[in-house]
Design a protein around this ligand. Structure first.
Ligand SMILES: [Fe+2]
Ligand SMILES: [Fe+2]
Length: 184
């Protein structure tokens, strides 16, 4: 039995590891500690590549369309809302990226801005994933039939190969290491 929601939930848990690291970095910055720019660059790289390019793209390319095809969406329904949240997260991520670049040039003056943007981004993404876990994935289990789940499962495998199996493993390892190093 193919369970694409299990794959997506697993990725949410990996993303949460990196967000716990980001939160720990923010706590330290608020205590006026100096954090190596490299640590922030690694968290940013993880979010850009694994959370956005890999995970969100899988949802947008394969999971949301399958739900749409199965007839979930009504005007202003959960899919439109969640897709809009991906767009918002991409905008927040661009701002966070600019703040990380500023931190690389002048850490002291960029600290407060990084904390504000990182907390805002993290809050947004955490509540987005909770909504998907609690509402969308439960709905998907009910309305997608086995052939539809098998199709999504295969598309996810293809997406993982496209992203690079080594890259998937690299980013999952990175999330775990970042959490160990920085979470509080
Ligand atoms: Fe999502
Ligand atoms: Fe998600």
């Amino acid at each position: 039995m193919s369970r694409p929601t299990h794959t997506l939930k697993h990725e949410h848990r990996v993303i949460e590891q990196a967000l716990r690291a980001l939160d720990g970095i923010c706590v330290r910055l608020e205590l006026n500690e100096t954090i190596p720019a490299e640590a922030l660059a690694q968290v940013l790289d993880f979010i850009q590549m694994y959370a956005d390019r890999f995970h969100h793209e899988k949802e947008e390319m394969w999971f949301f369309p399958a739900l749409l095809k199965a007839g979930t969406e009504i005007e202003g329904g959960p899919l439109s809302f969640l897709k809009q949240e991906h767009i918002t997260e991409r905008k927040l991520l661009i701002d966070l990226g600019a703040a990380v670049t500023a931190y690389e040039h002048s850490a002291d003056s960029a600290k407060a801005h990084i904390v504000e943007l990182a907390r805002n981004f993290s809050r947004h993404l955490l509540s987005h994933m909770r909504r998907e876990d609690a509402i969308l994935f439960t709905l998907a289990e009910e309305i997608l039939d086995e052939p539809a789940k098998a199709d999504i499962h295969q598309a996810f495998i293809n997406a993982e190969i496209g992203f690079g199996l080594d890259s998937v493993a690299h980013y999952e390892q990175l999330a775990s290491e970042l959490e160990k190093s920085w979470s509080v």
